[in-house]
Design a protein around this ligand. Sequence first.
Ligand code: PEP
Length: 253
Amino acid sequence: MSAVLFAANWKMHHGPRAARALAQAVLAGTKPVADRLLLFFPPAVSLPAVVEAVRGRTDAAVGAQNIHWEPKGAFTGELSALLAMEAGATWTLVGHSERRHKFGETDDETGLKVRAALGAGLRPMLCVGETLQQRTDGEKENVVRRQLEAGVGALGAEELARVAVAYEPVWAIGTGVNATPADAAAMHRTIREWFARRGAPAAGCSVLYGGSVSPENAAALLAEEELDGVLVGGASLTAESWLRIVATPRAGR
Ligand code: PEP
């Protein structure tokens, strides 16, 4: 039985005090269970506060929202995988659509970041997903396969087993319009097939869905057995909303 991942991306919200309080409220509202992993992605400045809040909880971990691929040096404003580790992170997002579309992050850079993460001992969660135009053009699978190829295509089967993928269609992020459960499941199958062709064990690859997940639609999405979890932005910003999502029953797991 693999754990269901509930990942909270707080984006540029919640400084150390608010982040610690929110993490504490979420943890106080959940019992540690073996089949669920709570992942917190706070702003970099709040990493130590959230790490402190999750200490002692085996069902919770903390990650960076972004890393640079170089281990150190003259990269003002950047965070290396080693620095994130030193702050207590064990995961990192790579290639979130806001990094790709607002900051011009390229496919090749996601590959460098994934390798830097794995080299430092962080687990990368590679975010992939098509724009509305690419979807309309019938290109969504090609786009996602290309992003997988660039992000994790150079990895061997053992390294692939340490990677999670979040399918986040760009048109669904922060818009209130989610992919249908069936659409999300279909893309998750495409992602799993890609991993299987690389020799990665199907069970070793966690594939999450992200894009306007809410307390109202989480149950329908997680009823799809292809979904190993959810990556949530807006609806993870308050304990009330996030706890309702985290409490979603998962039939058959
Ligand atoms: C995200 O930031 O990864 C995300 C999915 O945001 P939202 O849940 O707000 O759509």
